[in-house]
Design a protein around this ligand. Structure first.
Ligand SMILES: Cc1cc2nc3c(=O)[nH]c(=O)nc-3n(C[C@H](O)[C@H](O)[C@H](O)COP(=O)(O)O)c2cc1C
Length: 204
């Protein structure tokens, strides 16, 4: 079922902070869906626009929007995967690198989130983290629409020639390939961290 999002708030419109129990329920049970289990249908044009709009609604020091999106789908995605296959064959560990491309080939849609930091007074680290926030928000938005979503970086997120195919500029890096589609099976819960063991009280 199509769930559309409300119109974007007007600039300066009050947005009261209020409890949203359904979001807590969703967060407590959300799981990524394995990329190789993602099939048609992927998001339609309206859903894709909504996913991108919600993904861009993240903390961003300096309001720089230091990220951008590249969409991979249909024949263009197949052509991109074929080019990566050629590159993989020339790399060490070619069979593994070629096999890894299944995660790109199978899902109907990949959104590449590119971290695109700008020079100036906002530390690059903060701009890169904002790109990570975009990826997380994209997982949440797509999952809340009922799509399976998987955040992946594989060898082709770090290979200079592969990045050249995407047209990355100097200083840009891939924050993630976000694979989206309809999950053919329910993902199983994975091991979760012991949050208490990762938390300390500062006492001076
Ligand atoms: C930046 C980043 C890159 C990742 N790259 C890969 C990857 O290349 N291969 C992989 O199997 N999982 C990768 N993962 C992990 C997957 O997203 C994994 O399916 C996810 O941790 C599932 O957890 P969840 O259900 O809590 O979302 C990556 C995660 C992050 C944050």
């Amino acid at each position: 079922m199509r769930h559309s999002i409300p119109p974007a708030p007007e600039f300066g419109e009050p947005l009261p902070i209020q409890p949203v129990p359904a979001v807590l329920d969703f967060l407590a049970r959300r799981r990524s869906g394995s990329a190789v289990n993602l099939t048609e249908p992927g998001p339609d044009a309206g859903q894709l626009a909504d996913i991108l709009t919600l993904s861009a609604r993240v903390p961003d020091h300096g309001k720089l929007s230091p990220w951008r999106f590249v969409l991979l789908r249909g024949e263009a995605k197949a052509a991109y995967a074929a080019k990566l296959e050629t590159l993989a064959q020339a790399r060490d560990d070619a069979p593994k690198k070629t096999a890894a491309l299944a995660k790109l080939k199978i899902p109907p849609l990949a959104i590449v989130v590119i971290s695109s930091p700008q020079a100036g007074k906002i530390p690059e680290w903060e701009q890169v983290m904002s790109a990570g926030a975009v990826c997380t928000q994209m997982l949440l938005a797509a999952s809340a629409m009922g799509f399976g979503a998987n955040w992946i970086t594989d060898w082709y997120a770090f290979d200079a020639e592969a990045l050249g195919l995407l047209g990355l500029k100097d200083g840009e890096r891939v924050a993630g390939f976000l694979y989206l589609g309809t999950s053919i099976e329910a993902p199983l819960e994975r091991v979760r961290p012991d949050v208490a063991a990762l938390t300390m009280e500062w006492t001076g």
